[in-house]
Design a protein around this ligand. Structure first.
Ligand SMILES: Cc1cc2nc3c(=O)[nH]c(=O)nc-3n(C[C@H](O)[C@H](O)[C@H](O)COP(=O)(O)OP(=O)(O)OC[C@H]3O[C@@H](n4cnc5c(N)ncnc54)[C@H](O)[C@@H]3O)c2cc1C
Length: 290
C-alpha cells in the first residue's frame, strides 16, 4: 500500500548534538535519514518502519574523510562520490573504491552513503565485503557517548545489527596496513551495471617465498549477513598456490556459506559461482607473483 505523505514528519535540526538528543528523547521513534536512497524505496513501498524522520545529511562531523598515520576515518554520511574522489581511498582501499563505483548509477552515488549501506544491512550490499577484508571498525555515537565496534561484529543476523535506537554510525575506520596486498573483487549480477549482486567477493592476498602469507576474503549474498570466509582463509594461508589448493579452497568456501534461493538466484548457483571466484582470486594472486 502506498504511503500518505501527510502521515510523516521530517526534520533537519542541522547539528549532530540536536539529532542525538532527539534520538535520546524518543528512541526508536525517529528514523535517521542520510541520502534516503533506501529509506525512500521503503517509503514508496509503504514499508517504512517509522513516521518521524530526522535528517543527518550534510552534518559536517559525518562528512569528513581524514587520514592519520595508522587509519583512514570516513564519516558515515560520506557519499559514494565522496569515496570515489578521495585519493587515499583510491590508492590504498581500492576494494572500497570499486564497491562505490558498483553501487547504482551516478545519481545514487551522489546521494547514497556508506553509513546508510552499513545500517540498511542488506547481505547483498556492495561495500560490506570490502569493509570486512579491510577489518574496519565503526564508531557509534549517542548522547551517552561513543563506542568502537569491529565491523565484523556489527551484523548479528538478517537485517539485525548491534546499533541501539539512540545511536548513529558516526565514522568508519580503516587500518592503513594492507596497501602491500594484491586486491581482488568481483560482483556477479544479472548485468554489469546497476544490478543487485547474486554473489560478490572482495579479497586481499600476499605471497612471499612462493607461499600465501596473508589472505582475507569476504563475500556478499551468500548468507544472512555479509560473511568473512575465515575457514577458507585458514585453508589457503601458508600454502603454495597449485591445483590442489584451488580444489581445497573452493570446497572450503562452499562449505562455510549459507546461500538461499530467491528471486535473483538459486543457492546452487550462488555456491558454484562463489567457488569459481575463489579459484579466480587465487589464480590472479599466483599470476601477480610470477
Ligand atoms: C536505484 C538504486 C540502486 C541501488 N544500487 C545499489 C547497489 O548497486 N549496491 C548497493 O549496495 N546498494 C544499492 N542501493 C541501495 C542504497 O543506495 C545504499 O544502501 C545506500 O548506501 C544507502 O545510503 P543512504 O544514505 O541513501 O541511506 P538511507 O536511505 O538514508 O538510510 C538507510 C538506513 O540506514 C539508516 N542510516 C543511514 N545512515 C545512518 C547512520 N549514519 N547511522 C545510523 N543509521 C543510519 C537509516 O535510518 C535507514 O534505516 C541502491 C538503491 C537504489 C534506490
Amino acid at each position: 500500500m502506498r504511503s500518505n505523505p501527510a502521515e510523516y514528519e521530517c526534520v533537519a535540526p542541522g547539528t549532530l548534538s540536536s539529532v542525538l538528543s532527539l534520538l535520546t528523547q524518543e528512541p526508536g521513534v525517529w528514523l535517521p535519514i542520510a541520502g534516503g536512497t533506501d529509506v525512500m524505496v521503503q517509503y514508496a513501498a509503504g514499508k517504512l518502519p517509522a513516521r518521524k524522520l530526522v535528517s543527518i545529511w550534510n552534518l559536517p562531523e559525518l562528512r569528513r574523510i581524514e587520514g592519520s598515520d595508522d587509519e583512514l576515518r570516513i564519516g558515515a554520511a560520506c557519499s559514494y562520490t565522496d569515496l570515489r574522489e578521495n585519493a587515499i581511498v583510491e590508492r590504498e582501499f581500492s576494494l572500497l573504491a570499486t564497491a562505490a563505483a558498483w553501487t547504482g548509477g551516478i545519481a545514487n552515488q551522489n546521494r547514497g552513503t556508506l553509513g546508510g549501506n552499513i545500517v540498511n544491512a542488506s547481505p547483498a550490499a556492495d561495500s560490506p565485503p570490502a569493509l570486512l577484508v579491510y577489518e574496519a571498525e565503526l564508531i557509534l555515537i549517542s548522547s551517552r557517548g561513543e563506542r568502537r565496534v569491529r565491523y565484523s561484529d556489527f551484523h548479528t543476523g538478517y537485517k539485525q545489527t548491534v546499533l541501539a535506537p539512540d545511536e548513529l554510525v558516526e565514522t568508519i575506520c580503516l587500518p592503513r596496513r594492507f596497501s602491500g596486498h594484491a586486491a581482488y573483487s568481483r560482483k556477479v549480477g544479472a548485468r554489469n551495471a546497476q544490478a543487485i549482486a547474486k554473489v560478490s567477493v572482495a579479497a586481499l592476498g600476499h605471497v612471499s617465498n612462493g607461499a600465501v602469507d596473508g589472505v582475507r576474503i569476504a563475500a556478499g549474498s551468500v548468507a544472512p549477513v555479509p560473511l568473512r570466509l575465515r575457514g577458507t582463509e585458514a585453508v589457503i594461508r601458508g600454502k603454495t598456490i597449485d591445483s590442489r589448493l584451488l580444489r581445497s579452497a573452493r570446497a572450503a568456501a562452499i562449505s562455510e556459506i549459507r546461500p538461499i534461493s530467491d528471486i535473483r538466484s538459486t543457492a546452487t548457483y550462488r555456491a558454484a559461482v562463489l567457488g569459481n571466484l575463489i579459484v579466480e582470486f587465487l589464480q590472479k594472486l599466483a599470476g601477480a607473483n610470477q
